[in-house]
Design a protein around this ligand. Structure first.
Ligand code: FES
Length: 150
């Protein structure tokens, strides 16, 4: 499954590179790439995510964060030209950096520095009674949405 995402990403980077020579294939150019699609993914136990955490989730192009309001998830796909920032950049308590062209996002996915000019999409997060965290990659939510441990 992981290799599927990587292969899809590689294909998209190739297509976007081709676009640079004159084709228009829906690649960023600052106008905003859609996040890579994924379904529900287990993100671990809530105890692994103290307030102030921002980490890439293994097996899906998603970042899980926790602030004083609760847990939230957002895409790790850069909105500029679609690089996976978990693989080509950095994710940490200071925000998200894209190593492809230098875009920076704050810990809630807002653009801090271009060329990206679209914030990171957020996805629904749920936490069961045992503290298991699930991210639903098919359900986009507001950037202010938070999930609380049961
Ligand atoms: S893909 Fe260009 S800055 Fe991320």
């Amino acid at each position: 499954m992981i290799s599927h995402f990587r292969d899809e990403h590689t294909r998209r980077v190739f297509l976007c590179t081709s676009a640079a020579v004159g084709l228009t294939l829906g690649c960023g150019g600052g106008s905003g790439s859609e996040p890579e699609a994924f379904g529900s993914v287990a993100a671990g136990n809530v105890n692994a995510f103290p307030v102030g955490t921002l980490l890439a989730v293994a097996g899906a192009p998603v970042i899980l964060g926790r602030d004083a309001g609760g847990l939230y998830a957002m895409t790790s796909t850069c909105t500029h030209e679609g690089c996976d920032m978990a693989a080509e950049g950095s994710i940490g308590a200071n925000g998200v950096y894209c190593g492809c062209h230098g875009s920076r996002f704050d810990v809630n996915g807002a653009v801090v520095q271009g060329p990206a000019n679209v914030p990171l999409a957020h996805f629904a997060v749920s936490v069961d009674a045992a503290g298991n965290v699930t991210v639903d990659g098919s359900a986009k939510v507001s950037a202010s949405m938070r999930a609380l441990p049961a």
